[in-house]
Design a protein around this ligand. Structure first.
Ligand SMILES: Nc1ncnc2c1ncn2[C@@H]1O[C@H](COP(=O)(O)OP(=O)(O)OP(=O)(O)O)[C@@H](O)[C@H]1O
Length: 309
């Protein structure tokens, strides 16, 4: 699998483990890297741990969550950093785009004033004309007038672009985008992700939408039960998947003109279970064999599966 050269990644996550205060071990040893200008898609079923990885990278996990491993952004280690250090990197070095643009904007403020907060939070003033300029660059029509309106007068698609303008206002080198287009129709989602890529930042794009990932990411990492089970160039991994889980996810996608496919049978394991003895996907896997219960398979050549070798 290609990826950023060693030591050149904007985001370098190694051996990341996150356990919530209630004992849920949501992330159980994740390694991933995103290079400058690269878009990495983190995909997987609901509950696989994608948002937990995103929240860990943003330093926004709830109180009491235990984090071990490494999260390096621009070479700087953030695991164990104090809240002040996290606040310093958020906005300046790491931008965040969430799912719901209406939740991201204060309904009482004009959209331009909300975007200006990105600078003001750091004690700075937005350069003259910068906000409408950025909105216009992101495809917001009549950006000057639009910036002077409150969010309820904006469409969801346009407001999501304003959220990208706010997240990238200070030119962060990394953007974490957690399901940023789930509220948008397919055409708007495509345009919004193209704009996100055009910012030139390294992007960690969390999505459960494999088709979206295939169109808008350079590489993908497929998560199951707190671990990455397959990584690869998106074109390859999402057209010729090697892990039975990735294969099942793709087989479960509806296709026009075809009968609705069978959903993936069974349920993912609970994050509150203890340490895994064997492959956590084995109970749902159609290629399961005896050795799958021996150990958690280590990734070899991007695939963590003994049957795929
Ligand atoms: N604050 C929390 N306390 C305890 N458990 C949590 C908390 N947040 C998430 N979890 C659990 O951690 C696991 C991973 O959740 P996470 O939200 O990271 O998955 P996800 O892949 O992003 O799913 P989704 O797409 O539904 O957001 C889930 O089992 C979830 O219930």
């Amino acid at each position: 699998m290609s990826g950023p050269r060693a030591g050149t990644a904007e985001l370098d996550v190694g051996g990341l483990r996150v356990t919530y205060r209630n004992g849920a071990a949501a992330v159980r040893g994740v390694d991933l890297a995103v290079g400058a200008g690269e878009v990495l898609g983190l995909v997987g079923e609901s509950g696989s741990g994608k948002s937990t990885v995103a929240r860990a990278v943003l330093g926004l996990l709830p109180r009491g969550a235990a984090v071990t491993g490494n999260i390096r952004v621009g070479g700087r280690e953030l695991v164990g950093a104090d809240p002040r250090a996290w606040r310093a990197v958020r906005g300046d070095v790491i931008g965040y785009v969430g799912q719901d643009p209406f939740a991201a904007f204060d309904p009482r403020l004009k959209v331009g004033a909300s975007i200006a907060e990105a600078w003001r939070a750091k004690g700075r003033t937005p350069p003259a004309g910068a906000i409408p300029e950025r909105l216009a660059a992101l495809g917001v029509p009549d950006a000057d007038a639009a910036a002077r309106r409150r969010p309820h007068t904006w469409s969801g698609g346009m407001l999501q672009r304003a959220a990208i303008a706010a997240a990238t206002a200070l030119a962060p080198t990394l953007v974490v985008a957690d399901e940023p287009t789930s509220a948008l129709d397919a055409g708007l989602a495509d345009a919004t992700l193209a704009h996100l890529r055009a910012t030139g930042a390294a992007v960690l794009l969390i999505t459960h939408d494999l088709r979206l990932a295939a169109r808008h990411t350079d590489r993908v990492a497929v998560m199951y039960a707190g671990r990455i089970v397959e990584t690869g160039d998106s074109g390859e991994a999402l057209s010729r998947p090697r892990h039975p889980y990735t294969q099942a996810l793709l087989a479960a996608l509806p296709r026009p003109g075809h009968p609705l496919p069978e959903p993936l049978p069974g349920e993912p394991p609970s994050p509150r279970r203890g340490a895994d003895a064997g492959c956590p996907f084995a109970p749902r896997c159609r290629r399961v064999r005896a050795e799958c219960s021996d150990d958690v398979p280590a990734p070899i050549d991007g695939v963590a599966c003994v049957a795929a070798r």
